[in-house]
Design a protein around this ligand. Structure first.
Ligand code: F6P
Length: 361
């Protein structure tokens, strides 16, 4: 019989984390009468035993708030945790410390909310015999086993609004305006916001671009009387035969590569080859912040409730997922380590091509 659950939010923050926490805590308390302990700053809180005991009122008024009231971290892998020994940094496996802390609190199951890094550790804890349930988070929408991760739609909203605003200056000044969006190695944010915002060129990591094809499209528009163009480029994009642009390497992160800079590279090349004034906007962390949109509030609530239902049914080692419009669950073994990128035969790519969008190929 489950009596007490633990919860944490790991990885990069994302709109909807608080909405999931609210649903988890409320479902646990109202539907099942469980106690809930929240660990602070992702797995760091579990390693350091830094926690809060949730009271029913603690999650009131957070449904619409960005970020996470528990804090998060995308650096603290409990299986390779940075410690300082005799003034020297070392990486140690702290997973047994975590297992002890969970036992110390009498926690029957941990609900782990995060992206691939957090959920990979969740799978590894499941392999160690810990009861865990995962909830898929990321603005990148790149988790293999779910159609949609929470946070993605809000990021698409934010990027679409940015494209709408860039149109004003593009038209007034007869410029090429480039928007660089996040997404790591998956082009979902670029593809969906590009279509929603009416971009002329969309550049994805999945389709290496030919700069001559990109400029061809822009010049063709100019020749047909359209004196401006909007280009949306995903941070993980690369030219045919070329490489991604890395902005920094975060050594102690489970995924150390930070992307960024392709927008400026592209901007310089377009200005030089097309001879049209070009400006670049890097949307950055604006995509991760602020209020979740209604879609994400609802999806986060569905995920949070479903996660606690799984706990109640004793279905551990699983991650809640959205398939079609139904909430279901998959094993963590199936869920992690595989990227969901935009497939070549994506319906959205073919729709965009039908309405004249160039993918630079
Ligand atoms: O995975 C979410 C994400 O926002 C990516 O889209 C982006 O590449 C990365 O995280 C940025 O990470 P950080 O916040 O560490 O710079």
């Amino acid at each position: 019989m489950v009596k007490k659950i633990g919860v944490l939010t790991g990885g990069g923050d994302c709109p909807g984390l608080n909405a999931v926490l609210r649903a988890v805590v409320k479902t646990a308390k109202i539907k099942y009468g469980y106690e809930v302990i929240g660990f602070k700053d992702g797995y760091r809180g579990l390693v350091m035993n830094d926690f809060v005991e949730f009271k029913p009122g603690d999650v009131s008024g957070i449904l619409d708030k960005g970020g996470t009231i528990l804090g998060s971290s995308n650096r603290d892998n409990p299986f390779k945790f940075k410690v300082v020994v005799n003034g020297k940094e070392e990486y140690k496996d702290m997973s047994d410390v975590v297992v002890n802390n969970i036992a110390l609190h009498g926690i029957d199951c941990m609900v782990l909310i995060g992206g691939d890094g957090t959920l990979t550790s969740a799978r590894d804890f499941a392999r160690k015999g810990v009861n865990v349930v995962g909830v898929p988070k990321t603005i990148d929408n790149d988790l293999f086993a779910t159609d949609v991760t929470f946070g993605f739609m809000t990021a698409v909203d934010t990027a679409t609004e940015a494209i709408d605003k860039l149109h004003s200056t593009a038209e007034s000044h007869h410029r090429v305006m480039i928007l660089e969006v996040m997404g790591r190695y998956a082009g979902w944010i670029a593809l969906e916001s590009g279509i929603a915002g009416g971009a002329d060129v969309i550049i994805l990591p999945e389709i290496p671009y030919d700069i001559n094809k990109v400029t061809e499209k822009i010049i063709e528009r100019k020749n047909s009387g359209k004196s401006f163009s909007i280009v949306v480029v995903s941070e993980g994009a690369k030219p045919v035969g070329g490489d991604i642009v890395v902005s920094k390497v975060v050594k102690d992160s489970p995924d150390p590569i930070r992307l960024g800079g392709i927008g400026n590279k592209l901007g310089d090349e377009i200005e030089r080859l097309a001879g049209i004034e070009t400006r670049v906007t890097v949307l950055g962390h604006l995509q991760r912040g602020g209020r979740p949109d209604p879609y994400d509030r609802i999806l986060s609530s569905r995920y949070g409730v479903a996660a606690v239902d799984l706990v109640n049914q004793g279905k551990f080692g699983r991650m809640v997922a959205l398939q079609g419009n139904a909430i279901t669950s998959v094993t963590l073994e199936e869920a992690v380590g595989k990227l969901k990128t935009v497939p070549a035969d994506s319906e959205l790519i073919s729709i965009a091509k039908s309405i004249g969008v160039s993918f630079g190929n």
